[in-house]
Design a protein around this ligand. Structure first.
Ligand code: SDX
Length: 428
């Protein structure tokens, strides 16, 4: 049964179609609202506004459900690998063996970067935040591959750009870390799989061999799967709107990296560890910090808690909480902030303020504890988030391009001065 919605403005009633998604979620299609009524909607932060129809990721915030192309995040995190999930998100189906082998070979072929990019890298001071280095190096790809500037080029051309950015982002990420440490960069070795190759570029030194720990590699692969896509979050919406102007894939991904950087979004995993460390140094009084988080006059927020969509447990946080225990035990790591994190979670889940506002741990609450156990430095945590989210950004950019969506250009309600005449400076 076709559903519709009626809006009455100054006594006049207008009817608009209601669209229904695969999981029966409903949306009022207001595509002709202004043309028919002369009015627009207003929704700062787009809390109630759908920007697109997408077939990539489904999440249900009330029930804590997350699926990539219909497959549950629990299944994929347990049974799949990051590159297989990347293929699924980007091309819509799990690959056959031959498709997957070709995808992996294409990526291995492009892990090296132009030597001149090292000149850009070493131009950054060692205190440069790796996220700024990462977005800059990604933008530099537009200079080394000018043919990539045309987003309308052949399917093969777009697939080449996709392989290049998936292949080179780990190299850029590891090199940004080496630049920070003042160490020589380590080149990719293509006999290694994707995550071990990254770990070796991060931690190997010219003076000694480096053996990748399989527990670390598997844990990191699972972390990347959990971060791979999340429908129309802040950074993905940024990638889509930048790409809607027909900016290139590399330019759109660089914009997404910068949007992810913010502490309210991907930067939260770094902020969580810094918060937990502060609480530990302050004596571990979780009640004091919970009170601060609830105090309207105190800007402090419990980082890693709350979510725009999840009003139940973030399913990724549930998986990560168990993974944190497993990885730390397996590596024999004891991290005092893990107990503080669990203590905060326990108190928050029984606190009226958090219950009333449906604030639960999100993906960033436990991920930092695992990254730290894997030896990843804190200011690289958001870079790890970007590595994970890359296939999602690519898939969403590709879907937006292939669906021929118009350039994104929201309207506004003007609340500034009414018309007024210019007054010369000697008359002001
Ligand atoms: C990610 O969108 C995505 O999908 C993002 C992400 C992805 O995979 O791409 O899931 C990744 O970004 C996870 C979120 C990481 N950010 C943080 O952990 C930062 C801390 N969280 C908050 O800043 C906040 O919860 C947000 C930003 C995540 C969501 O903010 P909203 O939806 O705009 O909610 P809000 O700020 O309007 O808060 C509603 C109420 C407010 O209180 P009242 O004004 O109603 O009294 O809840 C309070 C807020 O003050 N609140 C918090 C809180 N989060 C919300 N109070 C204390 N601590 C918090 N963390």
């Amino acid at each position: 049964m076709v559903k519709s919605a009626q809006i009455t403005i100054d006594g006049k009633t207008f009817e608009f179609p209601v669209v229904e998604g695969t999981e029966h979620e409903l949306a009022i299609d207001i595509g002709k609202l202004r043309a028919q009524t002369g009015v627009i909607t207003l929704d700062p932060g787009f809390k109630n506004t759908g920007s697109t129809s997408s077939a990539i990721t489904f999440l249900n915030g009330e029930e804590g459900i997350l699926r990539y192309r219909g497959y549950s995040i629990e299944d994929l995190a347990e049974k799949s690998t990051f590159l297989e999930v990347a293929y699924l998100l980007i091309y819509g189906e799990l690959p056959s063996k031959s498709e997957f082998d070709k995808f992996k070979e294409d990526i291995k072929y492009h892990t090296l970067v132009h030597e001149d990019i090292k000149t850009i890298l070493t131009g950054f001071p060692s205190n440069a935040h790796p996220m700024g280095v990462l977005s800059s190096l990604v933008t530099s790809l537009t200079a080394f591959y000018p043919e990539s500037l045309d987003p309308n080029r052949s399917r093969e051309g777009v697939d080449l750009s996709i392989a290049r950015i998936i292949a080179k982002l780990p190299t850029f990420a590891a090199w940004s870390y080496k630049n920070q440490k003042g160490q020589p960069v380590v080149y990719p070795r293509n006999e290694l799989e994707y995550v071990p190759n990254f770990l070796r570029m991060m931690f190997a030194l010219p003076t000694e061999d480096y053996e990748v720990n399989p527990v670390v590699a598997r844990a990191l692969d699972q972390l990347l799967i959990l971060h791979a896509d999340h429908e129309q979050n802040c950074s993905t919406s940024t990638v889509r709107i930048v790409g809607s102007s027909q900016a290139s894939l590399f330019a759109s991904i660089s914009a997404g990296i910068n949007a992810l950087w913010g502490p309210l979004h991907g930067g939260a995993n770094q902020a969580v560890i810094e918060m937990l460390e502060n609480i530990r140094k302050d004596g571990g009084d979780t009640k004091k910090w919970m009170d601060k988080a609830k105090d309207k006059n105190d800007p402090f927020r419990l980082m890693g808690f709350g979510h725009r969509v999840y009003k139940n447990f973030d399913p990724r946080a549930r998986i990560l909480k168990k993974a944190a225990d497993d990885v730390l035990e397996s590596l024999g790591v004891v991290d005092p902030v893990l107990d503080i994190a669990k203590g905060l979670e326990e108190v928050a889940l029984s606190d009226e303020y958090f219950i009333e506002r449906k604030l639960y741990p999100n993906v960033d609450f436990y991920s930092g504890i695992i990254y730290r156990a894997l030896g990843i430095p804190v200011d690289m945590f958001t870079v790890m988030f970007a590595l994970g989210r890359l296939p999602g950004w690519i898939a969403q950019w590709k879907e937006m391009r292939e669906s021929g969506e118009p350039i994104g250009r929201p309207r506004q309600v003007y609340i500034g001065h009414p018309a007024r005449d210019y007054t010369p400076i000697d008359k002001r």
